[in-house]
Design a protein around this ligand. Structure first.
Ligand code: ADP
Length: 400
């Protein structure tokens, strides 16, 4: 039998998530995460055959050492024999990478150069590639970019109001993120409707720690809420999302904050955390609303949901027809409160959330959450790993 499994790697600054997937059957064979890398508390969790395991990784484990541990695990369980290649999630592909791409020296340089647009992500993504090349020297390595799906956006959507030369000379434009997630859930929705993807239009709301909303017209992203960086758009766990750019000058010139301070405040201290003064975790805020009737938590939820609804409504300007609205990501898949409040603000758009369906669609249960007379609204769990595995597999087959 031919080899048919792909190892998907998603490197964060102190973590390395991995999954072994058979893309043709969507079978998830192993999943796991190495966390707190580069600290004395590093550990690795795996789930294989329904069995969960956790081991500590003493001795300042880095990404390379974590990958060696994963190789060991695959060898021990004889899972390496089916492996056809490794797929890497890369956050920023700029304009150069709009398709999955085989890793070459030039591609690695390209990812490194793009680190100026995503300093927190691209360099650590590259670390994952380098470690994987060492661990799996004989296997093809494929990169799949978060920005790629949004490369179909028209100029009017991706250009900003800045002087044009900032785009021409420095690539300053909106790129958008979460592309593989928006692609996956909109494709699933088209399948559910029994409509060709190329004829289907949706608005998808990926609501996790980072949040982005995307308008997909006839299977192509035509607008999205994140921009040059993942700071733009709606309010997120710790990120402010869009604010008046004049606020930045006010903070620096009038209130005495440094540029580094402002960067930290906007990225790490704002959003759900900053408004509530409580937590960046939607569950904590929701709990305070529902169980403690906490005013600030309630306000935080209101701001969060209103911004999401406002962005969804604005995308009626980007679309010529709408087959439905999709909620995904940790919050989108689980928070009936967020979906209910977003839905309420979209009444004029013909959206009505069905309370029972909405309550039922949580904790892995998906499906339609709108009433039968409403625009379609669904909860669809995302699966970025599956997309990365499929695209990696397809590219490797094509190159054979
Ligand atoms: P990431 O963007 O890091 O992948 P996730 O998609 O896992 O994040 O989403 C994390 C968010 O999902 C957190 O804000 C968390 O509170 C929220 N979340 C997870 N489960 C629930 C739940 N049952 N109810 C409300 N929010 C939830």
């Amino acid at each position: 039998m031919s080899k048919n499994a792909v190892l998907v790697i998603n490197c964060g600054s102190s973590s390395l998530k991995f999954s072994l997937i058979k893309p043709e059957t969507s079978e998830l064979i192993v999943s796991g995460i190495a966390e707190r890398l580069l600290t004395k508390d590093a550990f690795i969790k795996t789930k294989y055959n329904g069995v969960k395991d956790q081991q500590s990784l003493s001795g300042n484990f880095d990404h390379e050492a974590a990958l060696e541990k994963i190789v060991e695990f695959l060898l021990e369980n004889k899972l390496d024999k089916d492996l056809v290649g490794v797929g890497h999630r890369i956050v920023h592909g700029g304009e150069a990478y709009s398709q999955p791409t085989l890793v070459t020296e030039e591609v690695k340089e390209g990812i490194e150069n793009l680190a100026k647009l995503a300093p927190l992500h691209n360099l650590v993504n590259l670390t994952g590639i380098l470690a994987s090349e060492k661990a799996f020297a004989d296997l093809p390595q494929v990169t799949v970019y978060d920005t790629a799906f949004h490369q179909t956006m028209p100029e009017k959507a991706y250009l900003t109001g800045l002087p044009y030369h900032f785009y021409k000379d420095h690539g300053v434009r909106n790129y958008g993120m979460h592309g593989t997630s928006h692609y996956f859930v909109t494709k699933q929705a088209a399948e559910m409707l029994g409509k060709p993807y190329e004829e289907s239009s949706f608005i998808s709301a990926h609501l996790g720690n980072g949040c982005s909303i995307t308008a997909v017209e006839n299977g192509r992203s035509v607008d999205t809420s994140m921009g040059l960086t993942p700071l733009a758009g709606v309010v997120m766990g710790t990120r402010s999302g869009d604010i008046d750019p004049g606020i930045i000058f006010h903070l620096v010139d009038k209130l005495g904050y440094s540029v580094d301070d402002v960067n930290r405040i906007l990225n790490k201290e704002s959003g759900l955390l900053g408004i509530s003064g409580m937590s960046n975790d939607c569950r904590t805020i929701e709990d305070a609303v529902v169980n403690d009737n906490d005013e600030r938590a309630n306000l935080t939820m209101d701001i969060f949901c209103y911004r999401i609804a406002k962005t969804i409504a604005s995308y009626t300007a980007a679309l010529t027809h709408l087959d439905g609205i999709i909620f995904t990501g940790g919050i989108g898949e689980n928070s009936n409160l967020v979906r209910e409040r977003v839905g309420k603000s979209l009444k004029l758009l013909g959206v009505e959330i069905d309370p029972e369906r909405n309550l039922a669609a949580r904790f892995g249960n998906s499906g339609k959450i709108s009433t039968d007379s409403s625009h379609n609204c669904w909860v669809i769990p995302t699966n970025e790993e599956q997309v990365i595995a499929e695209q990696t597999f397809a590219l490797i087959q094509q190159e054979k």
